[in-house]
Design a protein around this ligand. Structure first.
Ligand code: SF4
Ligand code: SF4
Length: 207
């Protein structure tokens, strides 16, 4: 291909659409007229109609499309991994955590700190349990590994606080004793899966 032909490839004048330029408005009246001409089009009234229709539905037909957060909140999935909750035994009200330390070991952010001691009955007692929510990445490993369903992920997803220490203390995460009757077996993240029994394998005798 010659150079001239190469330069002229696929760019014939017939492929262009020539845009007609309006004369530039000179007076303010002409500028205003141009603005109005560009602004007031049929689409504007379509948009207004949609807005007014939605407003009418919300006000008079109880068909609201928004929620008044934070007074109203949308339900979140039970599998959502929000701020942790520590559960109690429903029978005795004692916290379920047995201080095994599995959650502390598996935490990949190293943000769980737990301390235990033996009480007068030589039973393990949790003396300190904190989660540093500045480090937690809400991976859910701690809830997955807990053998007692003691630590689970609740639905409290607002994690802002004025104090770093907030939310991190065991007592803050523990179900209040006076709200024990409202604590249900947890259906959310960290709960036993519906087919948990099927997944249990017998330990081999030779093990
Ligand atoms: S959710 Fe993950 S990062 Fe947060 S405390 Fe549990 S294991 Fe650690
Ligand atoms: S894994 Fe469960 S029982 Fe064990 S220390 Fe953590 S919260 Fe307590």
């Amino acid at each position: 291909m010659g150079l001239e032909k190469f330069k002229d490839r696929n760019v014939g004048i017939q492929q262009y659409k020539v845009v007609e330029h309006e004369a530039f408005p000179k007076s303010n009246a002409q500028k205003f007229a141009r603005v109005m001409k560009r602004m007031v089009k049929g689409e504007l009234f379509v948009g207004l109609w949609v807005t007014l229709r939605t407003m009418y539905q919300a006000l008079f037909q109880d068909d609201m499309h928004t929620v008044k957060y934070p007074f109203e909140k949308l339900p979140i999935s039970p599998r959502y991994r929000a701020i942790h909750e520590m559960l109690r035994l429903l029978e005795s009200g004692h916290y379920r955590c047995i201080g095994c330390g599995l959650c502390e070991k598996i935490c990949i952010s190293d943000c769980i700190k737990i301390d235990t001691k033996y009480d007068e009955n030589q039973r393990k007692e949790v003396t300190e349990y904190t989660i540093n929510f500045g480090r937690c990445i809400f991976c859910g490993y701690c809830a997955e590994v807990c053998p007692e369903l003691a630590i689970v992920h609740g639905g409290r997803y607002e994690t802002s606080s004025q104090q770093r220490a907030s939310f991190s203390i065991f007592e803050d995460m523990l179900t209040p004793i006076d709200a024990l009757s409202s604590q249900k077996e947890y259906p959310g993240f960290g709960a036993v899966s519906p087919n948990a029994d099927d997944n249990i394998k017998k330990t081999p005798l030779a093990y």
